[in-house]
Structure formats: C-alpha cells, structure tokens
Design a protein around this ligand. Structure first.
Ligand code: FES
Length: 148
C-alpha cells in the first residue's frame, strides 16, 4: 500500500540527516578539546597505605594500589620501596610487573620498562611516572614526584 502523503518531505529528511551528521561531527571535534581543558582525572596529592600490608613483600615483588583513578605499583627493591603510576606512556594501557624478568611490561604494544621505570623497548616514548615514597611510622606515604 502506498501512502498518499509522505510523513516527511524529501527536503526535511535530508535536513534531518545533514543536521545529525553535523552534530556528530562537531561533537567528536569538541569532546577531546573540552576533555583537555577540563580533565576528568585529578591526580591525588598523596596516598597513605598501611605499612603492615606491604612490609612482608619479598624482594622484587610488587603490589598495586589506587593512585586516584589510576593504578599505582609499589615495588620492593634492595634500598626500600619505589612507586610508579602503572600506566603506559604510549597509549595509557596498564602495565604489569614481571618479577622473573625484573621489568614492567605493557601488553598493548609490547612495551618494556626496567625496574627503575625507564622505557627500554617497544613504543613507550617516556619512563613511567615515578612517585615519592616515605615511611612514616606505620604508614607508607606516597606523594607526587618532586624533582630535587
Ligand atoms: S600502550 Fe603500552 S606500549 Fe602501547
């Protein structure tokens, strides 16, 4: 059965399609700009962890903790603890610690970092962001890295 009159004229239909396309196009352009200006992630000033949970870690073992909405990695080394933000500097994948190789590994594009967080192989362009670790009584205080 054919309708006598169309619900939409051809012109209205094309305007609707063009308007939808324009809204989608400009939204995809504006979204990253707005996200850059107003980042949704705010890095914490410090994170306090109970030392009791970490003091029995064996040498060259690592445990994860929350650094804001990102994963942090606390690594036990000879000199004590070191901490990094466990997010790859290539495209923000989470990295994991491989204790047998004593390296951090990013599975997304086969990126490697050494035990000091230095990028040693694969596409990562920069070292892992390092965090300051202090032991204060029964707490481990992890702060943003401040260059001395
Ligand atoms: S995101 Fe880690 S190597 Fe690409």
């Amino acid at each position: 059965m054919r309708l006598k009159y169309s619900i939409l004229s051809r012109r209205k239909f094309l305007n609707f399609l063009l308007g939808g396309w324009a809204i989608t196009f400009f939204s995809t352009l504006l979204y990253p700009i707005i996200k850059f200006i107003f980042p949704p992630y705010k890095e914490p000033e410090e994170v306090i962890l109970p030392l009791a949970e970490f003091k029995d870690m064996s040498l060259y073992s690592a445990k994860n903790f929350s650094w804001g909405s990102k994963p942090g990695i606390l690594l036990r080394k000879e000199g004590g603890f070191v901490a990094f933000i466990g997010v790859c500097t290539h495209f923000d994948c989470n990295v994991s610690w491989l204790p047998d190789q004593k390296k951090f590994f990013c599975a997304c594009h086969n990126g490697w970092y050494d035990e000091n967080g230095i990028n040693i192989a694969g596409p990562p362009p920069a070292p892992l962001p390092k965090l300051n670790v202090e032991i204060d009584g029964e707490n481990i205080i992890i702060k943003r890295w401040i260059k001395a």
